[in-house]
Ligand binder design. Structure first.
Ligand code: GTP
Ligand code: MG
Length: 426
């Protein structure tokens, strides 16, 4: 990739502390986001205020301080810890002579760089255009053309040409959003059909969720390696923010034939832009429809508690509130904690440790295979297909050949037990 070849751009990060308990953590997070976007933090500026200044976001003195730093250190970009209004960006840029990138635009940029599939690209583009719509007359206009590749006419950079130009730009963008949404709907229709089909097949679904870089994909890969039908169906795992932007679903078959579907999806970060959550709704649908969630937490990170809060808030924002959840404290190998250690629905583990994965599976098993019962069936010899089916799909505890047919003791879901009711002899 071309952009990794160029030296990272040095920036100032600036945050307003209005009394949020997690302010320090959010600044740390901002620095990580900056690094994930090939930039490096040269200066950090903070201010305590009861509420943001409506015109410039920071107070007057702080704006002057920012201007001084920009001039004396020859920096060109200020990254703010919150999303700013169009006029705040415009005023801050005018007074500091630097360009202002707010937290939302930064996250959108990272997502845009990471997006690989058509679906992810569409989702990010929609969110970017929606972000830019109310900010058309600010300096982000120039970036718009580059990011969306909006060619032909593209008058977005034509600033100050008056109301009409602005309205034309708005209409163009609204049209683009409409087209992208239509294309996205086509793609997600297929995914929804697949999901409905799977639901019909009756396999329970388990979704990995959590803060970005917690180890969701590594956990998925560990389970697929141990229990997956196809070992090379590994997903991408990497030590970087937002390594995963798409949802992957894998089938897991346990040694006793019980099966479930496991999905891995995009990770969370605090203040995840509303537009982005909205745009990624179809990707997140897999988690929203799961029977069981596994929240993966980076237990080795000192901010793990704040990360859990972020995850729970984001889940609530996408309407996921009443799905049972295992809280899985990962990367215990990097801490002093013993592992695997289980306490109810909580597990301290490492996604890279075999015994840990067994323990995780034990909890999953307990949660999703509750409605199993052990029954004894007598299958007549001429019903060989039923016997084959059960051999393949169910856990048979005992087999006995008697004069009338094959007698088996087998674990079945309530549903299957009903289906084979007429063969029951217990
Ligand atoms: N030491 C150690 N490293 C781990 C463990 N689990 C995951 N990692 C590392 O943590 C990094 C992130 O792992 P991923 O599985 O990509 O994280 P993710 O939650 O899928 O992240 P996103 O897709 O970005 O949301 C990788 O470098 C993994 O190798 C673990 O148990 N121990
Ligand atoms: Mg991942």
């Amino acid at each position: 990739m071309a952009e990794t070849a160029v030296a990272p751009k040095a920036v100032i990060i600036a945050g307003l502390n209005t009394g949020d308990r997690n302010f320090d953590y959010s600044m740390e997070e901002l620095a990580n986001l900056v690094a994930a976007n090939h930039m490096i933090v040269k200066e950090e500026v903070r201010q305590k205020l009861d509420r943001p200044h409506p015109g410039t976001y920071f107070g007057k003195g702080k704006v002057a301080e920012l201007a001084t730093i920009v001039a004396s250190e020859d920096l060109t970009t200020i990254v703010t810890n919150d999303e700013l209004t169009a006029s705040q960006i415009r005023n801050l840029e005018r007074e500091t002579k630097a360009s202002v990138l707010d937290r939302t635009a930064l996250i959108l940029d990272i997502f845009a760089n990471r997006a690989q599939t058509r679906e992810a690209k569409l989702q990010v583009q929609i969110a970017q255009l929606q972000y830019q719509l109310p900010r058309l007359h600010t300096s982000v206009n120039q970036r718009l053309d580059q990011q969306t590749g909006a060619g032909g006419g593209g008058g977005f950079t034509n600033r100050g040409a008056g109301e009409t130009q602005l309205e034309m730009d708005r209409r163009t963008i609204n049209n683009q959003i409409k087209h992208l949404k239509a294309e996205l709907a086509e793609i997600t229709k297929a995914a929804t059909t697949q999901r409905t089909q799977r639901e019909k097949n009756g396999l329970p679904t388990v979704a990995l969720v959590g803060y970005t870089n917690a180890g969701k994909s590594t956990t998925m890969n560990g389970l697929v390696r141990k229990f997956g039908a196809n070992e090379d169906k590994q997903v991408f795992e990497k030590n970087m923010l937002f390594a995963t932007l798409d949802t992957s679903v894998r089938q897991i078959t346990l040694p006793d034939q019980k099966q479930f579907l496991l999905s891995d999806t995009v990770g969370f970060v605090s203040k995840l832009p509303h537009n982005l959550i909205e745009a990624f709704r179809s990707t997140l649908a897999e988690a929203a429809n799961a029977d069981l969630l596994i929240q993966v937490v980076d237990f080795a990170d000192p901010n793990s508690e704040a990360m859990m809060t972020t995850t729970n808030e984001t889940l609530a924002a996408i309407g996921v509130t009443d799905i049972p959840m295992i809280v899985a404290f990962n990367k215990a190998d990097l801490t002093d904690a013993n592992y695997p250690v289980r306490e109810g629905m909580q597990l301290i583990y490492s996604a890279k440790d075999d015994a840990s994965l067994d323990e995780l599976i034990a909890i999953i098993r307990e949660q999703i295979f509750q409605n199993y019962q052990t029954v004894t069936l007598l299958i007549p010899f001429d019903q060989g297909n039923i016997l084959n089916f059960l051999n393949e799909k169910a856990h048979i505890l005992a087999t006995d050949y008697v004069a009338e047919g094959t007698k088996i003791t087998v674990e079945l879901t309530d549903e299957s037990a009903k289906r084979f009711e007429k063969y029951r002899i217990d």
